[in-house]
Design a protein around this ligand. Structure first.
Ligand SMILES: [Zn+2]
Length: 294
């Protein structure tokens, strides 16, 4: 009898060991899935498997533990190779719009789509360090796109607590500065932003404040009345979102002064910290205190 029990215990122990190893190889925090480019399809749910006091203490230092953030690197470096596919029209509720666009570039040829991917990866690292689960709309390893409607759907499907689409602008040379684009309250067709307009404004204001602080970049001097905020009802990525979402235009790629910053890896590191800090403020409701009730 004792021998049978011992054998059963040994078998259970081996099974436990095999399961634990299998989990470990899959990347318990979803990082490896995201890095392999599976983006929103990556798995989650292994967090919180341990409940020791030490683990709980560690969790308390992670302000975004249990929160999901959707990061959307604007455009795709391969869009330029698929002009017909990205120019097909998709329904954005208020009308039809191109699936996606190639984005802009600096005068020396640094593409917006390269910039947004690099910044998105840095933002992901900064958010994960704060405990967040981060989803991407794409990681540069798809042939093109995704289309703007799918980019919105990614955040909706992930049940994201906040979503941000990263861009840099292509305004005339001499115009400079950054701005955040907020969703206008629209309700037409598949678009209904009435519930997300107010929280998106809080998210956008928080990101505006921390991005400016982290990078020293001035608010755009060519729109938004110098406030660094613009509101639009013609962007599919915002119109079709059901979760709080903003676009960040980090600077004007066509302006020499802004281009110097956007092409600097050191500046992008600061920018990523600014973005992550703003999202953290929004999700922990610190943004109103920081912006002095503006
Ligand atoms: Zn863009």
């Amino acid at each position: 009898m004792a021998a049978v029990v011992a054998l059963l215990c040994l078998a259970a122990g081996l099974l436990w060991y095999a399961t634990a190893r299998a989990d470990g190889h899959d990347g318990h925090d979803g990082k490896s899935a995201a890095r392999s480019g599976k983006g929103v399809e990556d798995g989650k749910g292994f967090d919180g498997a341990t409940g020791s006091p030490r683990e709980k203490e560690k969790d308390a230092q992670l302000p975004l533990k249990g929160r999901t953030v959707l990061v959307d690197p604007g455009h795709n470096p391969h869009n330029r190779d698929h002009p017909a596919r990205i120019s097909r029209l998709v329904d954005i509720g208020t009308g039809k719009k191109e699936c996606d666009t190639t984005g802009t570039a600096t005068n020396s040829g640094y593409a917006e789509a390269e910039f947004t991917l690099d910044l998105a990866r840095r933002v992901r690292t900064a958010l994960e360090e704060r405990g967040a689960t981060v989803k991407f709309t794409h990681n540069g390893n798809t042939p093109y796109g995704p289309c703007v409607d799918e980019r919105a759907e990614s955040g909706n499907r992930a049940g994201a607590d906040a979503a941000i689409s990263l861009h840099a602008d292509g305004a005339p040379e001499g115009s400079r500065g950054f701005h955040v684009i907020l969703p206008a309250p629209v309700h037409r067709g598949a678009a209904d932003t009435r519930k997300i307009a107010a929280p998106s404004r809080r998210l956008g204001t928080a990101v505006r404040d921390t991005f400016r602080e982290a990078t020293g970049e001035p608010p755009a001097d060519y729109l938004g009345d110098g406030e660094g905020l613009d509101t639009r009802g013609d962007l599919g990525g915002l119109n079709l979102s059901t979760v709080p979402k903003v676009f960040l235009e980090c600077g004007n790629m066509r302006d020499a002064q802004d281009a110097e910053r956007l092409t600097s890896a050191r500046w992008r590191a600061k920018a990523a910290d600014g973005v992550a800090e703003g999202i953290t403020d929004f999700l922990t409701e610190k943004s109103s205190a920081r912006s002095g009730g503006q």
